[in-house]
Ligand binder design. Sequence first.
Ligand code: EPZ
Length: 417
Amino acid sequence: MSWFEICGGRPLSGELRVQGAKNSVLPILAAALLAPGQSVLHNCPGLSDVAATEKILRLLGCSVKREGETLLVDARQPTGCEIPDPLMREMRSSVIFLGAMLARLGRAELSYPGGCELGPRPIDLHLSALRKLGAEIVEEQGRLRCTAGKGLTGGELCLSIPSVGATENAMLAACGAQGTTTIVGAAREPEIVDLQNFLNAMGARVSGAGSPVVSVEGGFPLHPAEYTVMGDRIAAATYLCAVGAAGGTLELEGVEASHLAAVAACLEEAGCSLQAQGGRICLKSRGRLGGVRTVRTAPYPGFPTDAQAVLMAALAGGSGTTVFVETMFENRYRHVDELARMGADIQVAGRVAVVTGRPLHAAQVRSTDLRGGAALVVAALAAEGCSRVEGLEHIRRGYQDFEGQLAALGAEIRLRP
Ligand code: EPZ
């Protein structure tokens, strides 16, 4: 298996264009199933999660062609309505196809996504929302057999947790439901707004995304659309934390600065200077970041759980103390033991982690999950000496050409063997 060899301890400097957002392109690819014809999607990053989603679309009878970072998705004649278990296991967020399959095909069969390395990943809110719209869902032997025999009918849905996936599934199903659907307690993430914009480009009538109440006037025929996916705010946060930790300068383009406000505030408090100028974010850092006030992960616009690991890695090599509280997932500190191999002092008690910054040294470490793997790279870039980061399959799920992007900043990072 390949690994990264990273020789750290030196400042970085340069400019990067941020990849398209993984967590936006996945639901938008599912949404392309709603319209007969070919949609053209720009800024689709080459990631293994995107490749898995393309596989699902092909299994459902769509054609998918990649031209650079553009995907051409033709859903003229879907022929399948089943997502096989191995693909569900490969990517649990495939559950996002449920709403679109019910809306377009009237039926869907897939397996329970099950937990992942972050802990249990329930989908009760997805299922109750879809049932409220008229779907019949039978759960047997780990499989979900879903039908919308009499079609879907709009209604008022109330989410007890602002679940990103449940909000997206409800929006997609509601587009195929007769009448108006109101989603109360919706997630407010920018990726929800991106999905709304794509759906409306297809002729849907969705409003309110970004607020806690999203409305969909369903039942209108949808047509294919051409659309450019938003920039990936978590990939952007990762590169900002990398340069923040190693020291140096970074100019990022292709991402909306307001999507990163919570992360930027922490990096500024830790000693970085950040400016947003016309679609570009500029960071300057002297390295050895200080501690910041308690970082409590929360739904948007709170501090994003997906940036917790990379910020923790950046602060672990600094000179201050920071308390993290991970409120979103049960098991999102698996990178801590690997960071400890680099000398990090991080004490974990349940959902709380206390980071006491100190100089890190190189080590051989292994990624445990997508963002935890990125965190190990962030730490290795700041650590003295040459580290070996294994488990790249996790990192490939969410970072396009990670080593190329970092090398463009002057990082000494090589893919081995
Ligand atoms: C999305 O996952 C993202 N994935 C995750 O990013 C991200 O961490 C998460 O939102 C939170 O922002 C994609 O968009 C593909 P949720 P999702 O439903 O939709 C509970 C990454 O690293 N919940 O908002 O699965 C759930 O257990 C990934 O890119 C229920 O209880 O997250 C969690 O505690 C990791 N019942 C909380 O809600 C449900 O039916 C938020 O989960 C659904 C969720």
